[in-house]
Design a protein around this ligand. Structure first.
Ligand code: PNS
Length: 177
């Protein structure tokens, strides 16, 4: 039988424990799962595309059937190019439903052969969003338990200049710049 490939598209700015939970669940029902980061020139993301890709590659390293890619343009076009037959999306609460339904139906209109599959993350992640993680981190709150440790570190490096200084390599003495 043909392997079932799914894409998991999103902004992932930054990737959270909720995303990781969904990747874990998706990896168990699809033969191959491609985490597809949208390259959106209009938005000004906190993390560059390369940074987000690097974080997701690190997070998905333990999953043998998951890989990370980037795309621009329509999600459905990317999905078809990648040989996928499904789009995976997470629904945390009723508030997500309207937007997700609209997107799923629009994607179906564009390419009826692609199926959107919704999965729910564990309840303990149901309140986590990248936007809130950014906001909490930017205002100095703790994001422990909301994102993987490596993402927490990247957020600190990006947002806390003191952290950057503390962890910077010592200057080389005796050499002219
Ligand atoms: O993580 P996000 O920001 O909720 O992901 C939204 C995403 C990337 C899935 C959505 O914006 C998208 O599919 N964008 C690509 C452009 C596109 O296909 N638009 C029509 C979707 S109905």
């Amino acid at each position: 039988m043909k392997p079932v490939i799914a894409i998991y598209p999103g902004s992932f700015d930054p990737p959270t424990n909720g995303h990781l939970d969904l990747i874990d669940r998706g990896s168990k029902i699809f033969d191959e799962l491609i985490v597809a980061i949208l390259r959106n020139a209009e938005k000004s993301p906190l993390f560059s595309l390369a940074e987000r890709r690097h974080m997701l590659e690190d997070m998905t390293e333990p999953f043998r059937n998951v890989r990370v890619d980037t795309f621009e343009g329509l999600t459905v076009d990317y999905a078809l190019k990648a040989g996928a037959s499904a789009i995976l999306r997470g629904i945390r609460a009723i508030s997500d439903y309207e937007y997700e339904l609209q997107m799923a139906l629009m994607n179906r209109k564009l390419h009826p052969e692609l199926e959107t599959v919704f999965m729910m993350p564990a309840e303990k992640y149901s309140y986590i969003s990248s936007r809130l993680v950014r906001e909490v981190a930017q205002l100095g709150g703790s994001v422990r338990d909301l994102v993987p440790g490596m993402v927490e570190q990247r957020l600190k490096e990006k947002l806390d200049p003191a952290f950057k200084l503390e962890h910077a390599r010592p200057p080389r003495i005796g050499k002219r710049a």
